[in-house]
Structure formats: C-alpha cells, structure tokens
Design a protein around this ligand. Structure first.
Ligand code: GLN
Length: 409
C-alpha cells in the first residue's frame, strides 16, 4: 500500500524543470544560481580532489576541518563555545539534516507545527517519518496595503497556541522564510519560543537563507533566545552561502540531546556527506570574513532584487518586497490564458497557478514556481493567486527576464 496524499505526488521542481520547458526559457523557478561558486572556493575543492583522505568517507559527523570552521563561524553568533564532537553535524544538504531530525524524533502520530505557506519538502519529510503536519497560517498583507513587504505577512499567536495538542512534538521555524521572504522579528520569535517552552516542544529552525537579509533587517537565531538552546536545532546550507546548491552540503547546530540521536539517523540514511566538497566549504567559511564575501554577496542580491521588483512595478502587478531570501511572490491572478491551452498532463489537473506559471514560462519565456505547492492540499486554493520568482541569477539574465515580463501587460 502506498503512503497516502501529497507525499508521493510528483514534486513541483521536477514539473517546472528546465528540462521540460522550452530551451530559451529563463529559469526564475527553482532556487539555484546560474553562476558558479566563488573561484577561491572552487580552488579549494580542486585541491581536496587531488588529496587522498578527502576522497574517502568522512566521519559521519562531518570532516573535522569543516566542523572547526563551523564552530569558529557560528560560535560567536550563537554566543557559545560549540563542541565539534557533539553539537555540530554536517549533513547532505539542509534537506537531509531536517529529514534525519524527523527520523530521530518523530513517533507515529506525533504532530509537527509548520507555518503555512511552508517549504514543500517539510510535508513529505514529516509524513514519511510517521509525523502529522499541523498548519498555522501566516496571514498575507492586507489588500489595502499598496506597497507591502514580506514583514506584513503576520502570525496570529492565538492560532499558534490553539494548534498545540498533547501530540505536538515540534515547531518548524523558517526565517528568512521560503517562499514568503519574511524575516521573523525578535518579538515573533520570542512568542514562538515561549509557546515552545510552555509545551516542551522541539524547535527546528531552518535558517538556510541567514546571509540573505536586506534593508537593514536583522536575522535573529531563535536558538539565542533565553532557554532556547536546549530545545532548538538550527539548520544551515552551504548551497545558499556559496552558490553551490548541487554540492549538497549543510549542517545542523544544536545541543547534544538533539545532535546525537540525529547523528544516529543520518549515519543510517547517508552514512556521511561527500568529503572533498566539505573541505571546500570549510575553506569558504575560513576566508569569508577577510574577503568580506557575505557583505558583497548581500549587496549583489539586493541589486538583483531591485531589477526584478522594478519590472513588477512597471507592470503594476502586486508583490510583497522580500526582506530576505532570493524569492518574490507575485500576484498573478490577472494573468489570462486560454482554457484549451495545451498544458502537459503534469500541469493539467493542477491549480490555476500551475497553469498560469506554465503559460508564462512557455509564452513569455520566464519560469516561476506555483505557490499552491507551498500549501497543504486543503488550503492550496489560497496559494493559487501567486507565482514565486527567484532572483538568484546574474544581472544580465534578470534584466532580460524583466524585459520579457513586460509582455504580461
Ligand atoms: N530550496 C529550493 C527552492 O525553494 C529548492 C530545493 C529543492 O528543489 N528541493 O527553490
């Protein structure tokens, strides 16, 4: 018997995949870059490939050089002297890290609270491990708000409190938030923290876009709030930090009580993460401050965001300016397409946003991701008004996309 529901349905990334779209379509869909990792990081990868040890299994916790680099880089931010043996776990991307946490902690029927919309991967990762997702809405900006930001997406504390039951095991926090771009405020995180404490819940804090925060906003790590270290696992991603999403290197930071069981799960799922690229990522973290790498990267992304959102302004189409991540949600409810348009079977049976995104990709030549995929089946209609565009692309591509999108007028 197959597992039921959305978990085994075809994922949105393989439907809106460059391989299925016209070859000249500009890919602003799946969030990956069309430029390489920095040269000095690639050089370190090259060196590692020419060495012996990094071509073989690493310790399931991760290579010691990377764990040391993580300790040095994140320790001051978390205000802790991190123990590389018990508080850091290198994983095969953030996805595997999160999956391993669920495998280690969820028992059949345990409930996991997530804010909706949510990164699509959470749902199957929870249900495959016997958990039950429980959705708490993030409320979109009011339609009267002419120039909303992602900060205008709000959380209703009472709704969150009411979602907790005696089966709740964990809350997933995602800041900066995919797909909304919201950077949770200290006050919001304090409220989540107090509920986690009151009901003795674990917090999985997905912070993979931690270095992509704009407009002077501050990325706050919930693990640093009073009392939260012991119940929080922080999830990070080298793919986002170093434009290397295909390297599949990420890590978890948390107390031994979370990291040790997760290590046991991760060891049985992947055994270890690929070794040479761990060396390269270590080198990236070691050199980042001296090279002012993250400051430069942030400024580049702010400019990319400007090019794309200026194009939406010229169209007069509505979006909430993202305070973080490299995603923007655009209201596509005004985009018209013929009912008898030749959609492929993977799109035909899906919501209006799947069709609109497909139509825009084929007819305008710019791909995006339908936002209903970031809602559970029951609430998918809420997401159908929007498409998610990624701006993790070089400026030339974004300018070309901006021009093409004017065809939506
Ligand atoms: N995080 C990427 C995005 O949101 C996609 C990751 C994936 O394909 N699973 O675009």
């Amino acid at each position: 018997r197959l597992k039921e529901g959305r978990a085994l349905a075809q994922d949105v990334w393989s439907i809106f995949n460059a391989a299925n779209l016209p070859p000249d379509c500009l890919n602003l869909g799946q969030g990956y870059m069309n430029f390489p990792p920095p040269e000095w990081v690639r050089e370190a990868a090259n060196e590692a490939l020419h060495d012996v040890a990094p071509n073989h299994y690493s310790h399931p916790r991760g290579r010691i050089r990377l764990r040391n680099a993580i300790k040095e880089f994140y320790g001051p931010q978390l205000k802790r002297d991190l123990d590389v043996e018990s508080e850091i776990l290198v994983t095969s991307g953030a996805n595997e890290g999160q999956y391993s946490v669920f495998t280690a902690f969820l028992e059949q029927g345990d409930e996991v609270i997530m804010f909706e919309p949510f990164f699509d991967q959470y749902l199957p990762s929870v249900t495959f491990n016997g958990g039950k997702p429980v959705y708490v809405p993030l409320h979109p900006p009011s339609p009267d708000n002419a120039k909303p930001t992602s900060g205008d997406w709000t959380l209703d504390v009472e709704q969150l409190r009411r979602a907790v039951t005696c089966r709740t095991k964990m809350i997933i926090v995602n800041t900066p938030h995919n797909p909304v771009g919201k950077v949770f405020t200290r006050q919001e995180l304090e409220v989540i923290a107090s509920i986690a404490e009151e009901f003795n819940l674990l917090v999985m804090s997905d912070e993979v876009y931690d270095y992509l925060v704009f407009d002077g906003k501050e990325h706050i790590r919930i693990a640093t709030l009073p009392g939260m270290w012991d119940r929080t696992v922080t999830v990070c991603s080298a793919g986002k930090l170093f434009a290397a999403t295909g390297w599949r290197v990420g890590w978890l930071i948390g107390p031994p009580s979370i990291i040790q069981p997760t290590l046991a799960a991760s060891t049985r799922i992947v055994f270890c993460t690929n070794s040479p690229l761990q060396e390269a990522v270590a080198s990236g973290l070691e050199q980042a401050a001296e090279r002012k790498y993250f400051e430069t990267q942030r400024a580049e992304y702010a400019e990319r965001r400007r090019v794309l959102t200026d194009a939406f302004d010229r169209l007069g189409m509505k979006y909430a300016m993202p305070e973080g991540t490299y995603f923007v949600l655009l209201d596509i409810s005004s985009v018209q397409f013929p009912d008898d348009y030749p959609f492929p079977p993977s799109v035909q049976g899906r919501g209006r946003d799947f069709k609109a995104c497909w139509f825009i990709a084929v007819e305008i030549g710019v791909s995006s991701i339908p936002v209903s995929e970031f809602y559970c089946e029951e609430h998918a209609n809420i997401g159908e008004a929007c498409a998610r565009f990624s701006f993790c692309k070089d400026l030339g591509t974004l300018k070309q996309a901006a021009d093409r999108l004017q065809g939506l007028k």
